[in-house]
Ligand binder design. Structure first.
Ligand code: PHE
Length: 341
């Protein structure tokens, strides 16, 4: 019996020594020390051993068990160490490799143009106002002297949500909202940038959604000369070159007189080219003196103050500034286009 135990011990120690990894080591532990292990089997067989041999054999088994356990513990530590060593070797990070730069986004060309325009007017003392894109008919039309049956509504084929609510067709309702927010003929000098919506084609020069900047100035003694001077300075700053300005008579229900404003062609300087279709001028915005009725409807006394207003299309300006010939490029989200800015 003693010999058998010694043999088991020797075989176990040998197996432990050769264990290739932690899993193999665990299998060895089960094989020799587990409930169904070889040493346990001997202890189970003790009932057949004589009473005087029992303590002796018990001691042998326990000694062998202790030796094997100790070997396993030592091996376990060694295997763990070498496993860690392996990982350290294999998972080493080569810090000399060049880094991968994160891709950084940037402003959309329309936003860039808008920010530029905002800055120019803010430097001239204008505040920046906002209004909702889902607007009441009342603000979009009614308060701008366009009652329900007014034929000029047809010029702005509209997206109605209910009879009284629509996607705003222009930024002009912010004129009404701003006037209504003031009392006692308080002076106003504001711009209102934002998106507007009209039922329209989608082609190189049209889109059912586009961006406008509205302008409104109200004070004592504001004249057409103020409108002209302001636009001349602002447009020259926007195009970063001195541009000539031409006023053509026009009609808007909320301004009187009304005007269409052209600038000398930024491509050819007025000589005539493809972009200006040989005319030397580019149509750039609508403007006029605020209609007395509009002042009155929005709480201003037209006998005490006067004002001018204008509305310009941001896409049109961005196209001219950057030499882009198709409006849709702004909305296609093609990164090859966007990366050019
Ligand atoms: N709201 C007009 C349009 O969208 C432009 C405009 C604004 C004209 C202010 C005059 C004064 O066509």
């Amino acid at each position: 019996m003693e010999e058998k135990i010694k043999n088991i011990e020797a075989a176990a120690v040998e197996a432990v020594k050769n264990a290739a990894n932690l899993q193999a080591l665990d299998e060895i532990r089960v094989k020799y020390l587990g409930k169904k292990g070889e040493l346990t089997a001997i202890l189970r067989g003790m009932k057949d051993v004589s009473a005087e041999d029992k303590p002796k054999i018990g001691k042998f088994v326990n000694d062998a068990r202790a030796v094997i356990e100790n070997e396993i513990q030592v091996k376990n530590a060694a295997l763990k160490e070498s496993a860690l060593e392996d990982r350290l070797q294999n998972e080493k990070i080569d810090i000399t490799l060049p880094g991968r730069a994160p891709k950084v986004g940037h402003f959309h060309p329309i936003t860039l143009t808008l920010n530029h325009i905002k800055k120019i007017f803010m430097n001239m003392g204008f505040s920046v106002e906002e209004g909702p894109e889902i607007e009441e008919d009342y603000f979009n039309f009614e308060l701008l002297n366009l009652p329900k049956d007014h034929p000029a509504r047809d010029m702005q084929d509209s997206f109605y949500i209910t009879d009284e609510i629509l996607m705003r067709t222009q930024t002009s309702p912010v004129q009404a909202r701003t006037m209504k927010a003031h009392k006692n003929n308080e002076p106003i000098r504001m711009i209102a940038p934002g998106r507007v919506y009209r039922r329209d084609d989608y082609d190189a020069t049209h889109s059912p959604m586009f961006t406008q900047v509205e302008g409104l100035v109200i004070d004592k003694g504001i004249t057409f000369a103020d409108l002209k001077g302001t636009l001349e300075v602002a447009l020259s700053e926007i195009f970063e070159k001195k541009v000539g300005v031409r006023f053509r008579p026009s009609f808007f229900p909320f301004t009187e007189p009304s005007t269409e404003v052209d600038i000398s062609c930024v491509m050819c300087g007025g000589k005539g080219c493809r972009v200006c279709k040989g005319t030397g001028y580019l149509e750039i915005l609508g403007a006029g003196m605020v209609h007395p009725k509009v002042l009155e409807m929005n709480g201003y006394n037209y006998k005490k103050v006067s004002g001018f207003a204008f509305g310009l299309g941001v896409e049109r300006i961005a196209m001219l500034k950057y030499g882009i010939d198709d409006l849709r490029l702004f909305y296609d989200n093609d990164v090859r286009f966007l990366n050019a800015f």
